[in-house]
Design a protein around this ligand. Structure first.
Ligand code: NAD
Length: 499
């Protein structure tokens, strides 16, 4: 069994707390490794290493920092297969999905190569006689990020790439469920030329997270994970005077209008609902067809597609549509919620319970489920299931459909399928949700836009990646400079004042 480490000051360090978590192979149900869970002292030690290393890195010119990012992109491409296999083995997702996880992170790194441009300040010449005014963006110092299990490559890169490109040191506390890829990423960053201590990985659980919240040297915290933990980290991080951005759970609705291309809508729902076993914060978990006729036509198209889905281990190659869920507990929770759906009166049209795969009987596989006639009060509708379960809620009108999505407490992503431009435009304008797809089921913005939901899916002001990340990871300083030689004889010294 593999014993994993922390990555501190450029070295793999064994845990000293005596506490460990099991790292599972979700396909076989076997324990494949042990990850150390850091104590407060171990976390604090990493922070002091980061605090010593950061000033020199912050002083490196942005172009040189960008060159580290360029090299890192090359190394990610070089090691893509190895990263994807390691990721699949711990997470369970298929190899193409795992490579996509690395690729979407890589694209954020590519964006960060633009750091010299993105960090440029503003300049006002002659704000007054002999007076110029300029602003610059400076690094915060030591920053930290806490990431979820479902994108163990992409989400750490969303955070550490801009933080480091801005000149910060970054402490990553990845999910304890799949910690190997984050450790590999830290090694690759150093191979790309990053000085030791600028990117460190401290594995752990609540104890390490609480230490991040309490440590005075940590200036900012990024978090992605479930909403209750997002709320906890946001409240306590802000209370302790840190800059905090937290991204939480989701329940993404897709509205299907009667004029939609029904084959396209059904294909989209199957990919977005069941891909990655539904363990995506942008997965579509609720289908809202408008009108019973639309609902019936959709179901007719959906069922055969769902029944064709192939569920299996990542080692089966491209033949598999999705793999196991991440842990036995995750599987139990999905099964519990499915049971509430049945008990509360939804119709289970595709029953994925008791799914079993020969040779992988102990794996955490869950067959695909499809509910119809669910209502707003049911647990399968109100709660995030994070599994391969698609729930259809029928709406009589467009207004009722949009109202459902608007009233739900989560607001991460949503989509509408229609051929009507007016309806699509109205939907995009009125909906109170952060990421909107028009005939696109998973509208994840590319690296040069920003990613973030609304309502209980987000806590904080700025989004992830894109221009917002360069704001989140820097402070603005504005300098007003007077050079007396610029004042002409007899001219009075003044700058414009606010009335
Ligand atoms: P999680 O909240 O269980 O864990 C996220 C991180 O928080 C992990 O690093 C974990 O170690 C830590 N953590 C867990 N319990 C904690 C506690 N009590 N105190 C302090 N820290 C704790 O989430 P997960 O199961 O790893 O990921 C799935 C969730 O993440 C889903 O809800 C999904 O919607 C959400 N997610 C959201 C986004 C987004 O951008 N909005 C993206 C991906 C995932």
């Amino acid at each position: 069994m593999q014993e994993l480490t922390h990555y501190i000051d450029g070295t793999h360090i064994k845990g000293t707390s005596g506490r460990f978590a099991n790292v599972m192979n979700p396909a076989t149900g076997e324990i494949q490794g042990k990850v150390p869970l850091a104590s407060k002292d171990e976390l604090y030690n990493a922070v002091s290493v980061a605090a010593k290393a950061q000033p020199a890195w912050g002083a490196v010119n942005p172009q040189r920092r960008a060159r580290v990012m360029m090299k890192f992109v090359d190394l990610l491409n070089r090691d893509m297969q190895k990263l994807a296999e390691t990721l699949s083995r711990e997470h369970g997702k298929t190899i193409p999905d795992a490579a996509g996880d690395v690729q979407r992170g890589l694209e954020v790194v590519e964006y960060c190569i633009g750091a010299p441009h993105l960090l440029k300040g503003e300049y006002t010449d002659s704000a007054g006689p002999g007076i110029d005014m300029y602003s610059m963006r400076q690094a915060l110092g030591v920053t930290a990020g806490i990431t979820p299990f479902n994108f163990p490559a992409m989400i750490p890169m969303w955070m550490f790439a801009p933080a480091i490109a801005c000149g910060n040191a970054f402490i990553l506390k990845p999910s304890e469920r799949d910690p190997s890829v984050p450790l590999m990423l830290a090694e690759l960053m150093e191979e790309a030329g990053l000085p030791k201590g600028i990117l460190q990985v401290v594995n752990g659980d609540k104890e390490a997270v609480d230490a991040i919240l309490e440590n005075d040297l940590i200036q900012s915290i990024g978090f992605v994970g479930s909403t209750p933990i997002a709320e906890y980290i946001y409240a306590n991080g802000c209370k302790n005077g840190k800059r905090v951005q937290c991204f939480g759970g989701a329940k993404n609705h897709m509205i299907i209008m009667p004029d939609a291309d029904m084959d396209q809508a059904a294909d989209a729902l199957v990919g977005a609902g069941y891909g990655a076993a539904g363990e995506r914060c942008m997965a579509i978990s609720v289908a809202v067809p408008v009108g019973d006729e639309t609902a019936d036509r959709l179901i007719e198209k959906l069922i055969p597609r769902i029944e064709k889905l192939k569920v299996g281990p990542y080692t089966s190659g491209n033949d598999v549509d999705y793999g196991p869920v991440v842990t036995a507990d995750a599987k139990k929770n999905i099964e519990r919620l499915v049971q509430t759906g049945i008990d509360q009166g939804a119709q289970l049209l595709v029953d994925g319970r008791n799914f079993s795969l020969q040779g992988y009987e102990d794996g955490f596989f869950v067959g695909p489920h499809l509910f119809d006639h669910a209502t707003k009060d049911m647990d399968i509708y109100t709660q995030e299931i994070f599994g391969p379960v698609l729930t259809q809620v029928r709406a009589k009108t467009y207004e009722e459909a949009i109202g459902l999505a608007m009233d739900h407490e989560y607001g991460n992503g949503t989509a509408i399928f229609t051929r009507d431009g007016d309806t699509a435009r109205d939907f995009a304008n009125r909906i109170n949700i952060g990421m909107v797809g028009i005939n696109v089921p998973i509208p994840v913005p590319l690296a040069y836009h920003t990613f973030g939901g609304w309502k209980k899916s987000v806590f904080g002001d700025l989004n992830q990646h894109g221009p917002d990340a360069f704001k989140f990871y820097t402070r603005t300083k504005t300098v007003t400079a007077r050079w007396p030689s610029g004042i002409k004889e007899g001219e009075e010294f003044s700058i414009p004042v606010m009335e």
